[in-house]
Design a protein around this ligand. Structure first.
Ligand code: BGC
Length: 267
C-alpha cells in the first residue's frame, strides 16, 4: 500500500456493531474522538438468537449504516462484538445466546455475508478497550479491570492500556455460585432487589476480584452504570471504582477500535 493510502486510512471512521442478548446496535465510529458519527442503529436481537438469524440482523444494521453520506469506504473492515469467548474468530462460549453458536467461526460467517472483512471481539473486551482509550481508564497504567453488569457479567483485563483478551471474571465461582447468576443487573431485576440488597452482592463480588488481582482501578460498565450513584458509594474497597464513561456506546466504539488497533489504523 502506498504511504499516502496508509495515511489517509489512519483514524478513518469504521463501522462498529455490538451484538447483545436483547439488541444489535451499530454505529459509525470516529476513532479520533471515540464517539459515534450520527445516530446509532438498533434492532432487537432475533429470538432464538441462532447464528443465521443474528447474522442477517447484523447485515441489516450494516446496510443501514453503509448508505449514510459519512459511511466508511465500501469494503472497509467492520468490527463486531459478541457476548462470549472469541478466539481467532471462533465462538467458544455462549452463556446468554443460542448454544448453536458454539464452535462456529463467526469471523468467517460474517465476512462471507457482508462481503467485507469482519473481525469479532468479546463484548466486554470491546467495552474495556474503549474505556481504556477514551474513557475512565485513559492514561491509567497497571491493571485496570472493566466489569460490565448486564444480562451476564462481562470483564476486560487491561494492563498498561493493552487488552489481555477473554478474561471471564463473570463466571468466577463465589460461595458455590457462578457469579453472574447472582450479581448481574438482570439478577437484580429478576430477584426484585433494592439497591442496598444488590450492593451486598456486588461487595462480595468486587472484594473477591480485588483480592485476586489487586487492580489499580475498577470501571463498572453495562446499562446499570447510569445508576452508579445508587450502589458504588456503598462499596468498601481498597481500589478506586468508577462508572464507565462511554455508556451505551462503549461496545460499538470498542468493536471499531479493536480493528484500528490490530491493523494500526488509529494513533
Ligand atoms: C459471557 C461473557 C460476556 C458477558 C457479558 C458472559 O456470560 O461469558 O463472554 O462478556 O456475559 O455479555
Amino acid at each position: 500500500m502506498a504511504k499516502k493510502d496508509e495515511k489517509s486510512k489512519k483514524n478513518a471512521p469504521l463501522i462498529g456493531i455490538d451484538i447483545g442478548g436483547t439488541g444489535i446496535k451499530g454505529g459509525i465510529v470516529d476513532l479520533k474522538k471515540g464517539k459515534l458519527l450520527g445516530e446509532r442503529v438498533r434492532i432487537p436481537t432475533p429470538q432464538p438468537s441462532t447464528p443465521q438469524a443474528v447474522i442477517e440482523a447484523v447485515a441489516q444494521v450494516v446496510e443501514q449504516l453503509s448508505v449514510r453520506p459519512d459511511a466508511p469506504e465500501a469494503g472497509s473492515h467492520v468490527g463486531v462484538t459478541f457476548p462470549g469467548i472469541i478466539k481467532h474468530g471462533v465462538v467458544h462460549s455462549a452463556a446468554n445466546v443460542d448454544k448453536s453458536w458454539l464452535e462456529t467461526d463467526i469471523d468467517a460467517l460474517l465476512t462471507a455475508r457482508l462481503h467485507r472483512p469482519v473481525e469479532v471481539i468479546n463484548d466486554a473486551d470491546a467495552a474495556g478497550l474503549a474505556e481504556a482509550r477514551y474513557g475512565a481508564g485513559e492514561g491509567v497504567s497497571g491493571t485496570v479491570l472493566v466489569i460490565t453488569l448486564g444480562t451476564g457479567i462481562g470483564s476486560a483485563f487491561i494492563f498498561d492500556g493493552k487488552l489481555v483478551p477473554n478474561a471471564e471474571l463473570g463466571h468466577l465461582e463465589i460461595d458455590g455460585y457462578d457469579a453472574e447468576t447472582k450479581a448481574s443487573a438482570v439478577d437484580r431485576e429478576r430477584l426484585g432487589l433494592s439497591w442496598e440488597e444488590y450492593s451486598v452482592l456486588l461487595q462480595r463480588y468486587f472484594s473477591h476480584v480485588e483480592f485476586l488481582f489487586s487492580p489499580e482501578l475498577f470501571i463498572v460498565g453495562g446499562g446499570i452504570s447510569k445508576r452508579a450513584d445508587e450502589y458504588l458509594p456503598r462499596l468498601k474497597l481498597r481500589t478506586p471504582i468508577v462508572p464507565a464513561e462511554l455508556k451505551n456506546d462503549a461496545g460499538i466504539v470498542g468493536a471499531a477500535l479493536q480493528i484500528a488497533v490490530k491493523h494500526k489504523l488509529a494513533n
